[in-house]
Design a protein around this ligand. Structure first.
Ligand code: ARG
Length: 306
């Protein structure tokens, strides 16, 4: 079993199959979009978007995503969908992938609270801490010297106690040393090269134990080479789909309990949709155009938890 520390992608001394199995979470957490807004430029997608948000449309789009999850809950693909209220002045709180990282450690539900890079987003975190406290999670806080943006940058290997940590724009790699120790999990570091792919969840999404979807534009040659050693099946998505339509910000559910595979993503992709269908995912499309203006789509708008 690998040590609980960070690993550089070009020096991985283990195979994912050697890492212990992990149950996938089956609950979804969302945050109501009432106060969603674009008030500054936190990433390149937000450039020139201040004043261009259609707030009513955003609320309807968010509602359609919620309806997909409610449908999935009915179909038994998911166990539960919870919505927490938005807070006035917290314009990005709707992106619930970022404020925390829920996990399971020695059978105990545990959450690492994020340390967001932008002050306005730091104020979102206490609301999520309260939520996880209320459902009995053990809370882990990182030291004040590091930034960490939750599941936006830290993404699990499907079904294994192994994590991929993106860094370079928002999260500091040092955060992953602390997280690896507290969550007792090896973390593979993935440096992010391109500002359009500023969070790992914009460019990299594992679909099953052997498959990852990614866009090569986001990574260096060395990183891609390392990723190809860890996954036998690497599905490349064109950078226009990944950057323009947030194709890789899809939310994939590969549910062992119901035996169902479903994906929800921004409408209009061609390659992504086709590759998902080829792998047996039922594809659900929604329009998240207003959230893309802020640099996020389906994956960012939810948190999966246990
Ligand atoms: N405007 C938000 C920000 O820049 C978007 C966050 C999107 N979230 C994500 N997980 N990629 O922080």
């Amino acid at each position: 079993m690998p040590e609980f520390k960070t690993y550089s992608i070009d020096q991985i001394p283990f195979r994912p199959e050697e890492v212990p199995l992990r149950p996938e979470p089956r609950k979804v957490l969302m945050c109501a979009p009432d106060f969603f807004d674009i008030v500054d430029e936190k990433n390149v997608h937000m450039q020139g978007q201040i004043g261009h948000l259609d707030k009513q449309l955003a609320i309807r789009q968010w509602q359609s995503l919620l309806e997909v999850y409610q449908q999935w809950e009915k179909n038994g693909i998911l166990e539960q969908v919870t919505v927490i209220p938005g807070v006035e002045g917290l314009e990005d709180m709707v992106f619930t992938a970022n404020q925390s990282f829920p996990y399971i450690v020695d059978g105990k539900y545990t959450v690492v609270m994020s340390r967001m890079r932008h002050p306005s987003r730091q104020r979102e975190v206490p609301y999520f801490r309260t939520f996880f406290k209320s459902i009995g999670y053990r809370i882990i806080d990182l030291s004040e010297s590091v930034f960490f943006e939750g599941m936006g940058d830290l993404i699990p290997h499907y079904g294994r106690h192994l994590l991929y940590g993106g860094y370079g724009h928002r999260t500091d790699p040092g955060a992953y040393d602390e997280i690896a120790r507290s969550l007792k999990v090896p973390i593979v570091l993935l440096p992010l090269e391109d500002p359009r792919f500023y969070h790992l969840d914009t460019c990299f999404i594992p679909a099953d134990e052997h498959t990852v979807f990614l866009t090569t534009a986001a990574f260096s040659k060395t990183t891609l080479h390392g990723i190809k050693k860890l996954f036998t099946h690497v599905v490349e998505i064109p950078e226009e789909e990944a950057a323009g339509l947030f194709a890789l910000n899809a939310h994939l559910v590969n549910d062992k309990k119901s035996g169902k595979k479903a994906a929800v993503l921004q409408q209009g992709t061609v390659v992504m949709k086709q590759k998902l269908a080829a792998l047996g995912f039922e594809v659900w499309e929604v329009n998240t155009s207003e959230f893309i203006k802020s640099g996020g789509s389906c994956f960012c708008l939810k948190m999966m938890y246990y």
